[in-house]
Ligand binder design. Structure first.
Ligand code: SF4
Length: 266
C-alpha cells in the first residue's frame, strides 16, 4: 500500500493514479475477477475515509458484497476478518513451509473448483486488490470506522484466514494497522522468509518452526497424545467444543505464551 499525508483524511494518495492495478503484481488477471471493476473504480475515486468504508462494507441498499467479515463458523462475530489474498494464490500452497498438502488445505478446497464456497475466490482476490492498491492511512481509518459502526463490540482483527503474507512491505503495513487500531491484530503465518521483528504490535502465530519472532507456534499434530506437555490443545479443536476464536484468545493476545496445537486425527 501507499500512504497519504496523515494530517488529512482527504488528501490524495500519491503521484500515481490510485487503484489501477499492474497485472505484474498479481498471480491472476486483476481485471477479470468478478466484481473487480467496481473495486478498481471505487479505489480510483476514493479520497476519504467514507469512500474506503464503502469499499469495505456495503450499504444496506447496495448490491455490493462486503469485503470484511465478522465471524464465521470458527470465529466469533466480535472478530473482524480481512484477507490479504486467496488460498489459491497462497505463496506456500503445496510448499514445504505449509503443514498440509494442497489437497488437504481447507481454504483452498473451499474456494477451488467444486468447492463449497465458489464466491470466496473472487472475493479474496478483490480483497487482495484492496490490500495492494489502497491508501494505508485511509484504509486503516476506514477499518476503525467500520468497527465503531457495528452494533456489537469488535475485539480483534484477524488477517488472512486464507493465503499468507508475501512481502516485507506487507509486514510493515500490518504493523502500521496494529499500531493505529484499538483492537489486537493477529494472524497465522508460514512466511519464514520475512522479518517479523518489524511487526512488534501484531500477534503472530507461527505455523512452521522456521518463522522467527512469532509470539507462539500453532502446529498440527497427529493426535492429542502428540501435544507436548508445555503446549495446549486449541479449545475449538476439542471434541464437542463450541468455543470460538474471540471467546478463546489464546492466539489473539500476545501475553498468552503457550504454543497451540490442533489434531489431524481424533
Ligand atoms: S486456540 Fe483459541 S484463538 Fe486459537 S484457533 Fe483455537 S479457539 Fe481460536
Amino acid at each position: 500500500m501507499s500512504i497519504s499525508d496523515s494530517s488529512s483524511s482527504s488528501s490524495s494518495i500519491d503521484t500515481q493514479l490510485p487503484g489501477a492495478p499492474d497485472p505484474a503484481d498479481y498471480d491472476f488477471d486483476p481485471y477479470s475477477v468478478w466484481g473487480a471493476a467496481s473495486v478498481i473504480d471505487g479505489l480510483q475515486e476514493a479520497t476519504t475515509v467514507e469512500d474506503y468504508s464503502r469499499l469495505l462494507m456495503a450499504k444496506p441498499d447496495d448490491f455490493w458484497p462486503d469485503h470484511i467479515d465478522f465471524g464465521n463458523t470458527k470465529i466469533a462475530k466480535e472478530v473482524a476478518i480481512f484477507n490479504l489474498g486467496s488460498a489459491t494464490d497462497c505463496p506456500h500452497l503445496g510448499e514445504t513451509e505449509c503443514q498440509v498438502d494442497a489437497d488437504d488445505c481447507y481454504a483452498y478446497n473451499a474456494e477451488g473448483e467444486g468447492g463449497y464456497a465458489p464466491m470466496a475466490l473472487p472475493k479474496r482476490r478483490r480483497q487482495e486488490l484492496l490490500w495492494k492498491e489502497s491508501d494505508l492511512y485511509l484504509f486503516t481509518r476506514a477499518l476503525q470506522r467500520t468497527f465503531e459502526r457495528k452494533q456489537h463490540e469488535i475485539t480483534a482483527l484477524r488477517l488472512s484466514e486464507s493465503g499468507d503474507i508475501r512481502t516485507q512491505q506487507d509486514v510493515r503495513d500490518i504493523q502500521y494497522i496494529a499500531d493505529e487500531l484499538d483492537v489486537p491484530v493477529y494472524l497465522y503465518t508460514a512466511s519464514s522468509g520475512l522479518d517479523w521483528s518489524e511487526a512488534p504490535d501484531v500477534t503472530i502465530n507461527a505455523s512452521n518452526e522456521w518463522v522467527e519472532g512469532a509470539d507462539r507456534q500453532y502446529d498440527a499434530v497427529p493426535t492429542v497424545d502428540d501435544i507436548p506437555e508445555d503446549g495446549i490443545q486449541c479449545p475449538y479443536d476439542m471434541e464437542g467444543s463450541d468455543i470460538k476464536c474471540g471467546e478463546c484468545r489464546l492466539c489473539i493476545d500476545p501475553d498468552m505464551q503457550e504454543d497451540v496445537y490442533i489434531t489431524l486425527h481424533t
